[in-house]
Design a protein around this ligand. Sequence first.
Ligand code: ADP
Ligand code: MG
Length: 311
Amino acid sequence: MSGGEFDLIQQCFVSKASYSHAHTVVGNGDDASVHGLAENEQLVVSTDMAVQGVHWPDDFPLDLAADRAVCAALSDLAAMGAKACWAWVSVVAEDSDALAMMGLGVGNALNRYDVELSGGDTVHAACNSLNITVAGIVEKNTSMQRNKAKVADNIWILGNSGLASLGLQQWFSGHKDADFVESFSHIEPKLKQGNLLREMGVRCCIDVSDGVLQDAGHISKASQIAMQLDVEKFPDWQRLSEKLGDEKAMQAMLSGGEDYALLFTAPANMKGLDKLATCMGVCVPGSDVQAYYQGEMIHVVKSGYDHFASK
Ligand code: ADP
Ligand code: MG
């Protein structure tokens, strides 16, 4: 990038993200940022890559791609029950127009969720990608984790499942205004809801980025329990099965990623969860995740996205 690099960073990123966090001691512009934490708080940190042609289609608008990349990163904080505070955004851009579009999307998403842009890095190369690091705060020893599910816990989903993957398919098949495209292009990190679940006492949660079966599998493995899911109880079952038929609906709901719903487990006697989420399964002794339809175990061909599958 030319002599204008620092002006460009200022123009495209720093000036677009307006939120400043009260706990920031040294903000964007120095070699590193500095942030304070209170005695009873812990820092929660996550990082995510988003690459053109891998995480979004080549012809997808770059501002929306950057917006959803930030939302996907924030979703990891939601899954831990953290309050999102800071982001560091490293960008590779093919030209200054691409940089400006990505800066716009980053700023929009961060401003929507009151997250400060605390730093980043900017590189000019022949591709477009972002690395988003986010940090938040959680009350000491209350973060929700994958290894905290217990036998007899109910399994809940907060948000949709399958719609974003259907939207992406519609985009690729040239139907760019089709009904599910919006579910891919605009995602919502469930930050308020994640924090609320944690406050209500939920201790086991994951965000669904790679498909329900795959992500439930992470809980099952980490918690050493088996999970039984009932597809007819999923919030989108009725709508999807009517529209696509049972088989395709199951495939999308169980294997389609990118919706960023929260999947969590909680003891059966926990009150108030049904106002936020949908109960669609139970944890039992054993291992693995099984999905059921009309009482019969179903077999899903493709279980979720794997970047290194058959490479
Ligand atoms: P350094 O050489 O010290 O690593 P840089 O020259 O890469 O710093 O960046 C200068 C300042 O601009 C740093 O404070 C950095 O955090 C910030 N910055 C660079 N790129 C971005 C970006 N895409 N978004 C936000 N801040 C950025
Ligand atoms: Mg430096």
